[in-house]
Design a protein around this ligand. Structure first.
Ligand code: HEC
Length: 167
């Protein structure tokens, strides 16, 4: 090969590389302009949200094939505490301790267990302690769903069962 041929080759080679570099830069610029990097991140976020939403569905509620879901048997919701009478609440949530005096709980039905407490704190004081918890008794007897009013009426009921009536 002569030196002239070498030079021609090198010039052509460098020229082709230069053209390719320019074309690449133009393509990248076009890509960024039409679908900027922000766009891609946004799309990915949407897909991630959709996936997370799907993952949060209860088991059996998702079909990846896209067929409609058959009707699922839905469990009856637990009756709201609001549907319960003071008598029910007492029976369900309080008597476990107050029937027999577990951990020195005042026994419902035994007047003497209540009179001193009532004398000291009054009805409102008893209700407040039943709401906040006292000694070994957890707040609201361990049932945070019970409202203040429900606790109040239940304490009234407990006292009545013990032969004490309060206004
Ligand atoms: C886990 C056992 C337990 C349950 C359940 C429970 N209690 Fe008690 N309760 C206690 C104990 C123990 C005491 C006595 C605490 C003390 O004086 O140290 C007490 C005390 C009380 C008192 C007297 C508070 C005072 O100021 O002297 C009231 C009123 C009361 N409970 C109401 C209720 C009501 C209403 C419920 C149901 C919603 C309930 N308790 C459920 C254990 C329980």
């Amino acid at each position: 090969m002569s030196q002239d041929q070498d030079r021609t080759f090198i010039v052509t080679f460098v020229g082709v590389i230069a053209v390719l570099v320019v074309v690449t830069i133009i393509l990248i610029a076009l890509a960024v302009m039409t679908r900027g990097p922000g766009h891609i991140a946004e799309e990915r976020e949407t897909i991630e949200y959709q996936r997370a939403e799907r993952n949060l569905q209860p088991p059996g509620a998702v079909r990846l094939t896209g067929e409609p879901m058959p009707e699922l048997a839905v469990a009856e919701p637990e009756p709201a505490a609001a549907d319960l009478t003071p008598q029910d609440i007492n029976q369900n949530y309080c008597m476990s301790c107050h029937a027999t005096g577990v951990m020195n709980a005042p026994v419902t039905g035994t007047e003497g267990d209540w009179t001193a407490r009532l004398g000291e704190r009054g009805f409102d004081g008893l209700v407040q302690n039943a709401i906040d918890g006292i000694g070994a008794m957890p707040p609201r007897g361990g049932n945070p769903r019970l409202s203040d009013d429900e606790i109040r009426e239940t304490v009234r009921y407990m006292l009545e069962e013990s032969g004490i009536s309060v206004n």
